[in-house]
Design a protein around this ligand. Structure first.
Ligand code: GLA
Length: 438
């Protein structure tokens, strides 16, 4: 079972040494970006419609060790992927979209497989340039992710995008607010990579603080951090129940791309919004569900075909769950918060229809596990892991139960990833930051 503090000294030392050697500098000159993964207990699939979301970063994520390269060249290696990414920050990145072959700084063409993991770094340069920033310095860096958790629905892609943004900004002495970085990561994902996702992932990664629940209204972009110090004493003993975040991996891994059902669901939500807005003569309004008032939805939902009706039902009920959940969290009612998380998971299955058999099996197993307060799919829910909030006193028991019961249901998937990579017990952690290596 993966208990840990992240990143470990050994991980930081290894990355620092590799980058010092790549760049020919002293280890003390190497800088580190820590860009954590995030969980979203409530508010799934509604960020792209301008809904309300809640999130937390965990003590696992992306580590990027880097130094400014002293010239416009970017040189990147990855602990997990082969090849070396080479490009210049002064190239024209507008024309170079993800998935193409790239010409490196020496003029040779690298294969798609070898270089495709470098598209986030190119996207970060593209986004910063769109924001009007002038980049003179590239970076020399090594990127790695907490093992076993890539493509698990913990927003590793946003964590990677944010890591490159922070490193390039640091190397070029550019000061950028979290709000601007949220927009730059949106440009990487929506424009450069073609995924119609919302701003939940990068907002959580940039804004979260250890121990707090991050609440964000994705329409106004207003947010607040709800810390345990806000407790009003509603818990059974007047304090928030001590909990852990259980990550249970299904064994199914695919990167979230525009080819998955994700973009299709976003279009269905927009179609539902169009029908509802037209019903009240608001044809000028942008077709997103946050432009539809709850009363309008209630009065006109019979005009939606059954699929669109389910998507809209998820949106409106999930928004309410987030509002109720924030209240429950702030008053220490963790049991109530957990129940809302479970209902949110149920709505993802029944209304948003984004699960698959192994993820649904895992969700049901988690709900039967001792000490589990609530569970749901993580991320977009087409693959990856489920998250659960578990009473700290039962974390070990819960983890063993899930391992045993899920293995009975999905033995092949479990044997593919190995039992030790099935469950990770995490805690909330701080948001993305740059630190020096010593
Ligand atoms: C992915 C997307 C987010 C969000 C979640 C589902 O992580 O990148 O924008 O829509 O799925 O809540």
């Amino acid at each position: 079972m993966g208990g840990f503090s992240w990143p470990s000294e050994a991980e930081m030392d290894y990355s620092t040494k590799v980058v010092a050697e790549m760049a020919g500098v002293a280890t003390k000159d190497v800088r580190l970006v820590l860009s954590p993964y995030r969980v979203c207990p409530l508010g799934a699939h509604i960020d792209h419609q301008g809904g309300a979301v809640s999130a937390m970063t965990i003590n696992k994520g992306i580590l990027l060790a880097f130094v400014p390269s002293g010239n416009p060249e970017v040189v990147l290696r990855s602990v997990h992927f082969g090849g070396e990414v080479n490009f210049r920050v002064d190239e024209d990145h507008h024309l170079k979209k993800a998935g193409k072959s790239y010409v490196n700084a020496n003029g040779s063409t690298k294969s798609k497989e070898e270089c495709s993991w470098g598209r986030y770094a190119r996207g970060a340069v593209y986004a910063l340039k769109c924001g009007g920033h002038i980049l003179n310095q590239g970076i020399i860096g090594l990127i790695s992710g907490s093992s076993g958790l890539d493509n698990s629905g913990l927003s590793s892609s946003a964590a990677v995008g944010v890591a490159y943004l922070l490193a390039l900004e640091n190397a070029n002495n550019i000061s950028v607010s979290p709000a601007e970085n949220i927009e730059y990561d949106r440009l990487i994902e929506n424009e450069y990579l073609g995924l119609s996702n919302g701003i939940l992932d990068q907002s959580a990664i940039l804004l979260s603080r250890q121990g707090c629940l991050t609440f964000m209204d994705c329409k106004t972009k207003e947010y607040k951090l709800i810390s345990p110090s806000n407790l009003k004493g509603g818990g059974s003993n007047g304090a928030q129940k001590s909990y852990k975040i259980l990550l249970a991996c299904s064994g199914l891994k695919h990167a979230l791309t525009s080819a998955t059902g994700y973009n299709c669901r976003v279009s269905e939500c927009r179609e539902a919004a169009r029908v509802l807005l037209d019903a009240v003569g608001r044809d000028e309004a942008e077709a997103v569900l946050s432009n539809v008032e709850l009363q309008v939805y209630e009065a006109h939902k019979d005009k939606l075909d059954p699929i669109l009706a389910r998507r809209a039902e998820h949106y409106f009920t999930e928004n309410l769950r987030v509002m109720e959940g924030v209240e429950a969290w702030a008053s220490g009612r963790m049991d109530d918060f957990g129940k809302l998380v479970t209902s949110s998971g149920r709505s993802s299955i029944q209304n948003y229809e984004c699960g698959c058999k192994p993820l649904i099996d895992l969700y049901e197993v988690l709900l039967r596990a001792p000490g589990v307060l609530g569970a749901r799919f993580s991320g977009a829910g087409f693959r990856g892991c489920c998250i659960a909030l578990v009473d700290s006193e039962h974390e070990i028991e819960a983890a063993s139960f899930v391992k045993r019961e899920y293995t009975k249901l999905q033995p092949e998937l479990v044997s593919k990833i190995g039992e030790e990579a099935l469950i990770f017990v995490c805690e909330s952690g701080d948001g993305a930051r740059v630190i020096s290596s010593h």
